[in-house]
Design a protein around this ligand. Sequence first.
Ligand code: ZN
Length: 234
Amino acid sequence: MAERSCEVLAFGAHAADIEFSCGAVIAKHTHRGDRVALVHLTLGEAGHPRMPVDEYAEQKKSECRQAAEVLGAEVRWLPYADAALPATPDVELVLCDLIRELRPRIVLTHWRGSFHRDHALSHHLVMRGLALASSRACQRALPAHGVERVFFPENWEDPQGFRPEVYVDVSQSYDTWLAAASKYALFRGEVVPFPYRQYYQSLAFIRGAEARCGRAVALMRSADIWKTAQDFLP
Ligand SMILES: [Zn+2]
């Protein structure tokens, strides 16, 4: 029997990006019974100022496995080097093949307005992978697959032109998210000075206040090429 399709497929530039920014949304979907997969384009193994890269890579593998288990999601990582993600057509095809294999309804990835090269590049690679995956002209082992929606979760490194457009109430999954993200030393403040935990906890409160719920995650919509006409004002 064929494996069921993913409801959500989330691509992050580095292990931790997706979990920190929208792990609470993912936990909500898996709690509902949806299949969710996380794909890290790199492990983010070069981000530790004191630990050798190989050692930190092993730690990131362990952390992302543990975080995914708490979130109830599947996780994979691609064999690209942190800070040296290649912008080549073969990477686009790798992403195309993953999208065709997992057949998601929704894809999440970075917004392009990022000051981090890997994040901006991940945006463009994923958008290109989506276009290839949906094209019947792109002949690969698996048939074409078009997703219904693409969203960009709010990430502190992707702020340029980001607009919070869709709010998801994560009050019920907040504690699961906190437990998952806390599997990362980066989140616990043990790697770099940036206060990840405090930042994303505060953001959940701020977006929750704006949306008049306890905690929320904000995402930006991908611009649709084809607009949908309403019968009347919504
Ligand atoms: Zn990152």
